[in-house]
Design a protein around this ligand. Structure first.
Ligand code: DGY
Length: 322
């Protein structure tokens, strides 16, 4: 508590328009008013004595962070659906609650998966670079030929909210959908997406969209061996950093085993592996999955509502369990 006796809250990044205003009437807010992450030493200094903190995926919440915060910290409100930046066990040991922002970014992220899927299969990045480079071009029967989607099998790795939203859009493109989740569903709709064992899914998917969360079980799940199971000329769209081994993906593009790939976020952001940057057939996006005004306001709003709930003595609205 500060002199104002309002609970003190750290917000580690500038929020979408209108979000912070919901917090300021009832909290003493320290805002890192920037679009870049807080440098670690600054973060550790700023979190000291706070009752709650709104973090992003760039803020590592580990034992060091929790020690720096001190015993008054009650909530880590991650401004993301993912929580791989948070040591959940360390938070649980210290009685610090953790929340995330599920649900509100589903549609925006599924839209982006499709934007990338279409860009990769129809070679939009290459076409754009071609025009901007000033190289001569002409319509020609064999110019920048892409992959047709209608009738092409789509695989989805991770059939959570985002996976299901990706699958719904696939119906409009006439793509049969298979998917893999760790747990096989008890009931399967006749004409709906079909659950397949992982290796079988890979073998059948001409286009594979990766939407499963990153955790210890999924880190580098798609390594060189698993990528090699995809059909010749497949396309991989990665919406979760760390599940696809980036070096193996670049190598599969380089060898021509894959037709194309698209990647929305990276394992060591803001670093983008040079091996991927060198691939003409890689469409690379700077972590734009949830980047619409409406979604970012909803994510920020949910993070703030979690803070307000916990500071009022209630449970987080969207808690994350260790
Ligand atoms: C998340 O919420 O985990 C996303 O990566 C942010 O867009």
């Amino acid at each position: 508590m500060t002199e104002t006796s309002l609970p003190s809250v750290l917000v580690t990044r500038r929020l979408a328009p209108g979000v912070l205003e919901r917090l300021t009437p009832s909290c003493d807010v320290t805002l890192h008013d920037d679009d870049l992450p807080m440098p670690r030493p600054e973060l550790l200094r700023a979190v000291a004595g706070k009752a709650a903190v709104v973090t992003t995926l760039d803020d590592l919440v580990d034992a060091e962070f929790l020690d720096a915060a001190g015993p008054g910290l009650r909530l880590v409100a991650n401004h993301a659906v993912g929580t791989h930046n948070v040591d959940l066990a360390a938070c649980a040991e210290r009685g610090v609650r953790v929340s995330n922002t599920p649900g509100v970014l589903t549609e925006a992220t599924a839209d982006m998966a499709w934007a990338l899927l279409l860009a990769a299969t129809r070679r939009l990045g290459e076409g754009e670079r071609w025009l901007r480079s000033g190289r001569p071009w002409a319509w020609a029967p064999n110019f920048l030929l892409g992959m047709e989607l209608s009738g092409t099998p789509l695989g989805i790795l991770g059939m959570g909210r985002i996976g299901r939203a990706v699958a719904r859009r696939a119906a409009a493109f006439g793509m049969p959908v298979g998917y893999h989740n760790r747990t096989r569903p008890a009931e399967v709709a006749e004409d709906g997406p079909r659950w397949l064992p992982l290796d079988e899914l890979l073998e059948r998917s001409q286009v594979l969209v990766v939407t499963c969360p990153l955790n210890a079980a999924t880190r580098h799940l798609l390594d060189a061996d698993r990528l090699a199971r995809l059909p010749a000329g497949a396309v991989v769209v990665s919406m979760t950093a760390g599940v696809v081994d980036e070096e193996a993906l670049a190598a599969a593009l380089d060898s021509g085993a894959l037709f194309a790939a698209a990647v929305d976020n990276f394992e060591r952001e803001p670093e983008v592996p040079a091996a991927l940057l060198a691939q003409e057939r890689a469409v690379l996006a700077p972590h734009l999955g949830s980047s619409t005004v409406r979604t970012r306001q909803a994510m920020g709003g949910l993070a703030v509502d979690n803070v307000l709930a916990v500071l009022a003595g209630a449970a987080p609205l969207t808690p994350v369990q260790a």
